[in-house]
Design a protein around this ligand. Structure first.
Ligand SMILES: Cc1ncc(COP(=O)(O)O)c(C=O)c1O
Length: 399
């Protein structure tokens, strides 16, 4: 039998999805599973987007241009301008989700063996996309005790060598909910400038900032315009995960030219998705406000609830819709699997993402889980109660 590639072997299973078969089996047994594991918003998509799909009157569902529809890219210029991000349509390339934007930016900017520095814990698929591109992720640690703030510049500098090609940040952050301060962003800018690195900045959660603190985009940083590659997506801001539309944005023409070759090879981003995404730009303001208010309440419900459970600690996330919580357990991989395989409380259990999958440092996050607050408050409250019961019953409890 032929053997599969080393890359295929090294590709990590998604920490968010790898326990899904256990959740399916629990459901088969009739257990209700609260999904706290995945950032799939449950809130409705803007009606204008649904209407636009209903009103499609095309005779042929054709390929769209490889960079995406011009009309959509032009309209996006106005969207970004509201955040003080000044672009032209040419700076924007439409991708198949933010996921493809990450992959194409790595494929276009990194050689096999090149390294990028990423604060951990990090969105796990970055590791998977880096492996796809043959690149290596080096991590600087942030910790739950310090609220996941960035470590000192020296920690980054310790990792910089001749193979270092870039820094990747996610702001606001998945999985921690952390929002980088102006000082931290300036610190990153200085590093990027000093060592002439790429700055890959994943800002798919910019609509979800709860603290009133300013959102500093990588595109706001002066003097590194040609170093920045912005990753974006409509999945979260319009509850449109399934339409698979994202964007890769950069002022760097050479990067865009390389990215376009990958875009041409995959022919086209989704046609129907772009129609929905373009229409979403006309969603009324109340749409975003209502969504925002709902997440503010869920965040409070979740964080208050978690910190009330004996032995559990969660910092208050400033943005996105996740938190990393510390649990009194021996091993959160085991605990999350146990919740699905062996536990239920009155026919209900919880599905959480084990923390270890968000770290590359061995042993890090062993007692942490990532929890997404994409359930309504009633379900969240019940899920927290079930989690408390699970912690009381778990044989590997540590405190
Ligand atoms: C930080 C971050 N970046 C990128 C993505 C990819 O999103 P999509 O491919 O749905 O646009 C996600 C999805 O959860 C995410 O959390």
């Amino acid at each position: 039998m032929p053997t599969i590639s080393t890359r295929g072997i090294e590709m990590p299973a998604s920490p968010i999805r790898k326990l899904a078969p256990l959740a399916d089996a629990a459901k088969q047994r009739g257990t209700h599973v609260f999904h706290l594991n995945i950032g799939q918003p449950d809130l409705p998509t803007p009606q204008v987007a649904i209407d636009a799909i209903h009103n499609i009157d095309l005779k042929t569902l054709e390929y769209s241009p490889s960079a995406g529809y011009r009309s959509y890219r032009e309209k996006l210029v106005g969207y970004y301008a509201k955040f003080n991000i000044n672009l032209t349509a040419d700076d924007i390339i439409i991708t198949t989700g933010g996921s493809e934007a990450v992959l194409f930016s790595f494929m276009s900017c990194l050689n096999p063996g090149d390294e990028i520095i990423v604060p951990e814990p990090a969105y796990a698929n970055y590791m998977a996309f880096a492996i796809s591109a043959g690149a290596k992720i080096r991590t600087v640690s942030t910790t739950i005790e310090e609220g996941f703030s960035l470590p000192k510049v020296e920690k980054f500098e310790e990792l910089i060598n001749e193979r270092t090609k870039g820094i990747l940040i996610c702001n606001p952050n998945n999985p921690t909910g952390y929002l980088y301060t102006r000082r931290e962003m300036n610190q990153i800018r200085d590093l990027v400038k000093k060592y002439d690195l790429f700055l890959f900045s994943d800002e798919v959660y910019r609509e979800f900032i709860y603290t009133g603190s300013p959102y500093i985009s990588a595109c706001h940083l002066e003097g590194i315009e040609n170093n920045v590659v912005l990753i974006d997506s409509v999945s979260k801001r319009y509850s449109e995960c399934g339409i698979r539309v994202g964007a890769l944005i950069t002022k760097n023409k050479e990067v865009r030219n390389a990215v376009m070759k990958f875009c041409q090879a995959r022919l086209s981003p989704p046609l129907i998705g772009q129609i929905a995404a373009e229409a979403s730009l006309d969603a009324p303001e109340e749409y975003s406000r209502e969504m925002y208010d709902e997440y503010v309440e869920r965040r409070k419900c979740l964080i208050d609830g978690l910190n009330r459970i004996p032995g559990v600690y969660s910092p208050i996330p400033m943005g996105a819709f996740y938190t990393m919580a510390k649990l009194p357990v021996d091993d959160s991989d085991k605990f999350c699997a146990w919740c699905l395989e062996e536990f239920d409380y009155e026919g209900q259990t919880v599905f959480m993402a084990p923390g270890s999958g968000f770290y590359t440092t061995a042993g890090a996050g062993y007692n942490e889980v990532r929890i997404a607050y994409v359930l309504n408050k009633e379900d969240l409250t019940r899920a927290l109660f079930v989690l408390q019961k699970a912690l009381e019953a778990y044989p590997g409890r540590t405190e």
